[in-house]
Ligand binder design. Structure first.
Ligand code: GDP
Ligand code: MN
Length: 382
């Protein structure tokens, strides 16, 4: 599960990592109850993707009027990489001297947590890794041994931090962030930028966290945060309807509806093979009726990253004519604006194809094999 910046920062603060004074606002009206903040302030879109700055999702305001207009802009249908902004974090602007990068992730090859630190922070770290890899200091920590002084010292030395006061401050943050990573069952904790201020203290100006869903049972605090997570709304909707919704890949743009996890995986693989990428999938399970199929289609298309949808069904208990009826019902009753590609096989296939032939061919393309369906679902986006 991905955490919003304000959620991550609340956990940072609890762990003893300094964060800027700030408050979350979900509507312009809430500005009335805003506690006194010292201007200038930063207004930050709360969405679960990075690169908000470049996308215009971070604004600065010098007084109340500017603040109001910034909040109005961001909360009024502003989208970042397809994510609508539903909340903003308003923070006192930190007078920065230097922007650093700090993160803890899992190094799967080493099977150990990996700490990365760089003085080239505030920018896309993947870019730094490509163009100037030696600017990033890396230290693996054997979890059985835990984080020790020599790890910290090496990180600072390789990271080129020499000022003893600054070094001491950053080391404290590394220790706190590492503890948080372990205790929260995180897969990623990242501060970019970690800001060094004039008085040589440091502040986490940004916060990113991703935790392991499988550990949720022992993370009651995170369970409470779930209610605010957008993708989980779809997961919940699906499970309330008796389906399984799977968030596959953030950077994908194809949706998949199928029956059975094996078939879903084949669909994902075939689409990847044809050069596309699946963003989410829905498992209808067995014996879906027309009404329920229509429900399933609506759920997947609520994810606005989906630019085309593949429905691939192998009819056994599930009958192809029921599925076809559901597809026809869904596209007749709604104007999704997203092309659907179908592939039906098995029980009552002929009947199903006959039903689909009544649908608008621009909205629903009929294919007869999975490779053809995968190719088509990418093509219809162009
Ligand atoms: P991201 O683009 O989604 O990673 O959002 P960030 O929170 O990292 O903000 C982008 C950039 O805005 C940062 O790298 C900083 O340069 C700038 N920024 C954000 N907060 C502050 C702040 O409090 N003070 C100053 N001076 N700059 C800030
Ligand atoms: Mn950032």
């Amino acid at each position: 599960m991905k955490l919003y910046e304000y959620q991550a920062k609340a956990l940072f603060s609890k762990s003893g990592i300094p964060i800027p004074q700030g408050e979350v606002v979900k509507s312009v009206d809430e500005l009335q109850n805003l506690r006194d903040l010292t201007y200038p302030v930063v207004v930050k879109s709360q969405v679960l993707v990075g690169g908000r700055g470049k996308a215009g999702g971070i604004k600065f305001a010098n007084d109340k009027t500017e603040l109001r207009s910034a909040v109005e802009t961001l909360l009024n249908n502003f989208q970042i990489k397809g994510y609508p902004v539903e909340a903003v974090l308003i923070e006192e602007k930190v007078p920065v001297v230097e922007e650093c990068y700090l993160s803890v992730t899992l190094d799967r090859a080493f099977r150990m947590p990996l700490i990365m630190f760089s003085r080239s922070g505030g920018v896309d770290i993947e870019e730094v890794a490509k163009t100037n890899p030696q600017a990033i200091a890396k230290v693996q920590v054997d979890p059985a041994m835990g984080l020790r002084g020599f790890h910290l010292e090496r990180l600072m030395q390789e990271g080129g931090v020499t000022d003893p006061e600054v070094k001491k401050e950053i080391k404290k943050v590394v220790q706190a962030l590492y503890s948080l990573y372990r205790e929260s069952d995180a897969m990623l904790v990242e501060i970019n930028p970690l800001m060094i201020l004039e008085d040589k203290t440091v502040v986490a100006a940004d916060g990113k966290m991703e935790t392991d869903d499988s550990a949720l049972f022992r993370q009651p605090e995170q369970k409470e945060l779930l209610a605010d997570q957008p993708i989980n709304k779809l997961e919940k909707k699906a499970s309330d309807t008796g389906f399984l919704y799977i968030d596959v890949n953030d950077s994908g743009n194809v949706g998949v509806i199928s029956n059975g996890s094996g078939m879903i995986m084949s669909c994902i693989d075939w689409i990847a093979r044809q050069g596309g990428q699946v963003t989410c999938a829905l498992d209808l399970g067995g014996g879906a009726t027309a009404d329920r199929v229509a429900e399933g289609i609506k759920i997947v298309l609520e994810n606005n990253k989906v630019k085309s949808l593949l429905i691939s069904i192998f009819g056994g208990i599930t009958r192809c004519d029921e599925i076809a009826g559901g597809i026809l019902k869904a596209v007749t009753e709604n104007d999704f604006g997203v092309p659907i590609v179908t592939r039906l096989e098995g029980t009552n296939k002929e009947k199903g194809l006959e039903i689909l032939s009544a649908a608008d061919q621009k909205k629903v393309a009929v294919t007869t094999s999975l490779p053809e369906a995968a190719e088509t679902v990418i093509k219809v986006q162009q």
